[in-house]
Ligand binder design. Structure first.
Ligand code: SAH
Length: 339
């Protein structure tokens, strides 16, 4: 059976014509799917015959809310969604002054092995389909009863390790008669799968690319991010510069501050030297403590000192505000607890 949300729009048009329906039916179906319809019966402007034909080979996929937590501190909502095969993924909706932002997952688990990350502890179970990625936005929006205007692909999984489905999802979520979320309102975060960064540059999507750098040199990066053995910093930054050149878009870097590992003043200096030619934004994340891991956050003063050092060297650096700290909103933590 085919999940209609795994089709790109033109594939949906082809499909409806192949079962003897008019092309404009695709518009109607696409629109229902993105409003969160859960069955063909709900699609009241389709004829009974059309619905019956659709039911033969296709279905309307849904996501079950297995758990939901609302932060009393800042209104952040964390969903533990259950997939049709029983696997769970997490999505988080954050409230900013410019609207709602959702952080979504791209895989069940992750095989990248970053030492500080909770999502990778059990390895990769499977990648999500394009429809499953999209359903997080559709069903969170339906549950919130409010428009979600921004997306960050920073939940569980490595999006560039599920490349084709992620691209399909991006095309669909951007369509006007679907969720109509502008590419400029979407960020994609990667641990640094360099060859896919070149491919992404060719897609011509004005999304924001975010690189999880987390270290100013290969010696440190090798110890915390196994992906660095495959694509070292030189190769990764070469891909980043090519991306900037092809797309004309600036890149953001994430840098999780781990006390005593990557947060010295020398580290800040080395980092600034490494990336300043790209005039990037650096988002500093005080490392979140993960039970199984022994990484420590620095003090407020340590974090401020690192930020100020970068700023003094001409780098635009901010510290990520922690949202939903009362509901274990950081990715991977909730799924792990439930499993
Ligand atoms: N796989 C993608 C997106 C997922 S994680 C990537 O690697 O970019 C989103 C961000 O949170 C990444 O920068 C990741 O490295 C970081 N992160 C994961 N666990 C963390 C932790 N315990 N503390 C701080 N940052 C963490």
């Amino acid at each position: 059976m085919i999940d209609l949300k795994d089709f790109e729009y033109d594939e949906l048009e082809e499909y409806v014509q192949s079962i003897g329906e008019k092309r404009f039916r695709a518009q109607q179906i696409f629109s229902w799917l993105h409003k969160g319809a859960e069955s063909y019966e709900e699609m009241s402007n389709l004829s009974k015959a059309a619905r019956e034909k659709l039911e033969k080979e296709t279905y309307v996929s849904t996501l079950k809310i297995r758990e939901k937590y609302v932060s009393k501190l800042d209104g952040t909502v964390k969903y533990l969604f259950e997939l049709p095969d029983g696997n769970c993924i997490e999505s988080v909706v954050m409230r900013y002054h410019h609207g709602l932002t959702i952080c979504i997952s791209s895989q069940v688990g992750c095989r990248m092995g970053c030492r500080f990350c909770a999502s990778t502890i059990g390895g990769l179970y499977r990648s999500l389909t394009a429809g499953e990625i999209l359903n997080q936005v559709i069903f969170a929006q339906k549950d919130m009863g409010e428009r979600i205007s921004n997306i960050v692909m920073m939940g569980i999984g490595e999006p560039l390790d599920n490349y084709d489905n992620v691209i399909k999802f991006l095309h669909n979520v951007n369509r006007e008669n679907g969720l109509n979320i502008g590419y400029r309102h979407i960020s994609l975060s990667t641990c640094g799968v360099a060859d896919k960064i070149y491919s992404l540059a060719e897609e011509n999507l004005p999304i924001t690319l975010t690189i999880s750098l987390h270290a100013p040199n290969d010696i440190i990066r090798n110890t915390i991010m196994p992906v660095n053995h495959k694509y070292n910093i030189t190769e990764l930054l070469k891909a980043c510069r090519a991306y900037v050149k092809t797309t004309g878009r600036r890149i953001s870097f994430e840098y999780s501050l781990i006390h005593g590992v990557n947060d010295s003043m020398d580290n800040a200096k080395e980092l600034a030297e490494l990336i300043k030619d790209m005039r990037p934004h650096v988002n500093l994340i005080p490392v979140n403590n993960v039970e199984e891991r022994d990484f420590k956050k620095g003090s407020r003063a340590d974090i401020a000192a690192f930020q100020n050092k970068l700023i003094s060297l001409g780098i635009n650096a901010t510290v990520r505000r922690e949202l939903g700290s009362d509901i274990s909103a950081s990715c991977g933590q909730l799924r792990k607890k439930v499993l």
